[in-house]
Design a binder for this molecule. Structure first.
Ligand code: AMP
Ligand code: DBH
Length: 536
C-alpha cells in the first residue's frame, strides 16, 4: 500500500494536522462533551450523542462476536438512515474498514467492491426506493468467496447484533487505513481509495471550521451520505465533530427537504448543481419557512455563474462553492470571501500544506515541474496531508494516476486566481460528470461491448441544460447485427449497474470517424465524437 513517505508524515504530525485520534475515540469524546444533545435525526428516529455512542459500542462488540477481525473490509450499502452512523462507527471501533457503496450501485459494482477488497461481509437494507437490496446483496455474496456474512439493517439478525453487550475493543492505529472510499473512476471499474483516521479527521475538522459549524448548527444531508461530499465536506462527520445536529433527508427533492428545513431549523446543507437549481425554482412557490438556512454548499460538478447568482436571493442563504474529490483535496470558497470570488471560483484548498501544481494540459504524463504560466489553464496535480498517494491494490494504475513525486493527477483543468482560488474550466479525464454523478467512459464501454451485437463502443459527454452533461454511447454493430438503442440501454441496465451509468443516448453508427493518421486511440476517438456531439 502506498502511504505517505516518512518525512511528509512527520511534517503533517508536527504541524498538528494528524493528531493520532481514531473515529471511535472521537465519538467517545463527543458523547462526553454533548451527551444528551441531538446528534442525528432520520426515519422517525432521534438519537443523542450518547445514544449513537452506545449503539456504536454495541454493534462493534456484535461485529467482533460475529468474527469480523480488525483490518477486514466490510462493504456498507446504506441509504440516509441513522443506522449508517451506528454501523460505520461500530465497524471503526471493531477495527474493520467500511467500503462505501452508494445506494444506486447494483450487483456488478458491488461484486467489484467486495471482490477487489476481499470483503468479509456486506451490510445493506431490505427494500429501498423499490429495489430489493437484500436479495441483490445475497446473490453477490454467493459469488464472492471472501464474503461470510450479509447483514440487513432492520432484520431480526441485525437487531440481535445491535443488542450485543458492549465491551472495550482495542483502538485501531490512527495512522492506519480507516475505510475505502470510491472514486468516480475514469478507467474501467471504480478505484478504491484508502483513507486513514489521521488524514480524514484532519479534513473533517478543518471543513467544519471553514463552513462555520457550531454546536447550534443543523446540517441537512440531502445527498446519499456514503458519498465523500455529504460525508465529510463538512457533511455528517463535520456536523458530529462540531457537536451539531444532523438531519438525514430520505430524498433530496424540494418538497421533502423544505419540510425538514422548516421542522428542524436546518442552517446548512450541501447539494450538486442540478439539485440547487431545483431548490431555487421550488423556493419561489413554497410556503415553507426557509429562514433558518444560512449556508448552501454547492459542488460535485461546476456550478455555473448564473445558477450561483440565483442561490443567495432565492434561498436566503450564503452560497459556498466546494470542489472536492474522494482522493483527498477539497477546496471551499470562504464565508468571508468577496462575492465575486464566491460566484466565479470553486474555492481554495483547505490546507496551506495542500500543494497545487497546474501543469501542461496537453501532456497526460506531465511532471509536477512542467507548470504553466500564472493565470493559464493547467492540469491540476495535488499532494498534501489528506490526499492519497495511491489507490488500494492498484499498482499498475497508480503509476499513471500519480506522479513520481507523489502528486495525484486529478484530471481536472483549472485556472488559479492571484488569491489562490481555483476555477474549474474543464476535464482531461475520460469521465462524464452527470450532475455530480461520475461515469467512467471505459466502464460503460466494457458493458456495451459485452453485447454480442456490438463490435465497438465509445462513450462521451454531451451538454445538457439540466445535468450539465449526459452520456452518449456511440456504437458500431457487429457484422450482421442491428441492436437498437432501447435494447442496448436495457442490456447495460440488466448487467446490474447504477442507473446513472446507463447511457442517456445511444447512437448506432456504421463506423467511427478516423481522426488522425493510422490507428486511432480511444482517447482521440472520444475527443472526435465529443466534438460531433457538441455540435448537436
Ligand atoms: P471523485 O474523484 O469521484 O471523488 O470526483 C471528484 C471530481 O468531481 C473532481 O475531480 C472534479 O472532476 C469533480 N468536481 C467536484 N466538485 C466540483 C466542482 N465544484 N466543480 C467542478 N468539478 C467538480
Ligand atoms: O465530487 C466529489 O467527489 C466531491 C465534491 C465536493 C467531494 O468528494 C467532496 C466535496 O468532498
Amino acid at each position: 500500500m502506498s502511504a505517505w513517505p516518512a518525512d511528509f508524515a512527520a511534517r503533517y504530525r508536527a504541524s498538528g494536522h494528524w493528531r493520532g485520534q481514531t473515529f471511535g475515540a472521537l465519538l467517545t469524546s463527543l458523547a462526553q462533551a454533548h451527551g444528551e444533545r441531538t446528534a442525528v435525526v432520520g426515519e422517525g428516529a432521534r438519537w443523542s450523542f450518547a445514544e449513537l455512542d452506545e449503539r456504536a459500542h454495541r454493534l462493534a462488540a456484535g461485529f467482533a462476536a460475529l468474527g469480523i477481525e480488525p483490518g477486514e473490509r466490510v462493504v456498507v450499502q446504506l441509504p440516509n438512515v441513522p443506522e449508517f452512523l451506528s454501523v460505520v462507527f461500530g465497524l471503526w471501533r471493531a477495527g474493520a474498514l467500511p467500503v462505501f457503496a452508494l445506494p444506486a450501485h447494483r450487483s456488478s459494482e458491488l461484486r467489484h467492491f467486495a471482490g477487489h477488497s476481499a470483503a468479509a461481509a456486506i451490510i445493506t437494507v431490505g427494500e429501498h426506493e423499490r429495489h430489493d437490496h437484500a436479495t441483490m446483496v445475497r446473490a453477490v455474496a454467493d459469488e464472492v468467496a471472501s464474503v461470510r456474512d450479509v447483514l440487513v439493517v432492520g432484520s431480526p439478525e441485525f437487531d440481535r447484533l445491535a443488542a450485543t453487550a458492549p465491551r472495550e475493543l482495542p483502538d485501531p492505529d490512527p495512522s492506519g487505513v480507516a475505510f475505502l472510499q470510491l472514486s468516480g473512476g475514469s478507467t474501467g471499474l471504480p478505484k478504491l481509495i484508502p483513507r486513514t483516521h489521521d488524514d480524514y479527521l484532519y479534513s473533517v475538522r478543518e471543513s467544519a471550521r471553514i463552513c462555520g459549524l457550531r454546536t447550534d448548527s443543523v446540517y441537512l444531508a440531502a445527498l446519499p451520505v456514503s458519498h465523500n461530499f455529504p460525508l465529510s465536506s463538512p457533511g455528517v462527520l463535520g456536523a458530529l465533530h462540531a457537536g451539531a445536529k444532523t438531519v438525514l433527508a430520505p430524498r433530496p427533492d424540494a418538497d421533502t427537504v423544505f419540510g425538514l428545513i422548516e421542522a428542524e431549523g436546518v442552517t446548512i446543507s450541501g447539494v450538486v448543481p442540478p439539485l440547487a437549481a431545483a431548490w431555487v425554482q421550488a423556493a419561489a412557490r413554497t410556503d415553507r419557512d426557509l429562514s433558518s438556512l444560512e449556508v448552501l454548499l454547492v459542488g460535485g460538478a461546476k456550478c455555473g455563474r448564473e445558477l450561483a447568482e440565483r442561490i443567495g436571493p432565492a434561498l436566503g442563504c450564503r452560497l459556498q462553492q466546494v470542489f472536492g474529490m474522494a482522493e483527498g483535496l477539497v477546496c471551499y470558497t470562504r464565508l468571508d470571501d468577496p462575492d465575486e470570488l464566491v460566484l466565479s471560483t470553486q474555492g481554495r484548498p483547505i490546507s496551506l500544506d495542500d500543494e497545487i501544481r497546474l501543469v501542461n494540459p496537453d501532456d497526460p504524463a506531465a511532471s509536477s515541474a512542467d507548470v504553466v504560466a500564472p493565470g493559464e489553464v493547467g492540469a491540476l496535480l495535488t499532494r498534501g496531508p489528506y490526499t492519497i498517494r495511491g489507490y488500494y491494490n492498484a499498482d499498475d494504475h497508480n503509476r499513471t494516476a500519480f506522479t513520481e513525486d507523489g502528486f495525484y493527477r486529478t484530471g481536472d483543468l483549472v485556472r488559479r486566481t492571484a488569491t489562490g482560488h481555483l476555477e474549474v474550466v474543464g476535464r482531461a479525464k475520460e469521465q462524464i460528470n452527470r450532475g455530480g454523478e461520475k461515469v467512467a467512459a471505459e466502464e460503460v464501454e466494457n458493458h456495451l461491448m459485452a453485447h454480442p451485437g456490438v463490435l465497438d463502443a465509445a462513450v462521451v459527454a454531451v451538454p445538457d441544460p439540466y445535468l450539465g452533461e449526459r452520456t452518449c454511447a456511440y456504437v458500431v454493430p457487429a457484422e450482421g447485427a442491428a441492436p437498437t438503442a432501447a435494447e442496448l440501454r436495457r442490456f447495460v441496465r440488466e448487467r446490474g449497474v447504477a442507473a446513472f451509468k446507463v447511457p442517456d443516448l445511444v447512437q448506432v453508427v456504421a463506423e467511427f470517424p478516423v481522426t488522425g493518421v493510422g490507428k486511432t486511440s480511444k482517447r482521440e476517438l472520444r475527443a472526435a465524437l465529443a466534438a460531433v456531439a457538441e455540435k448537436g
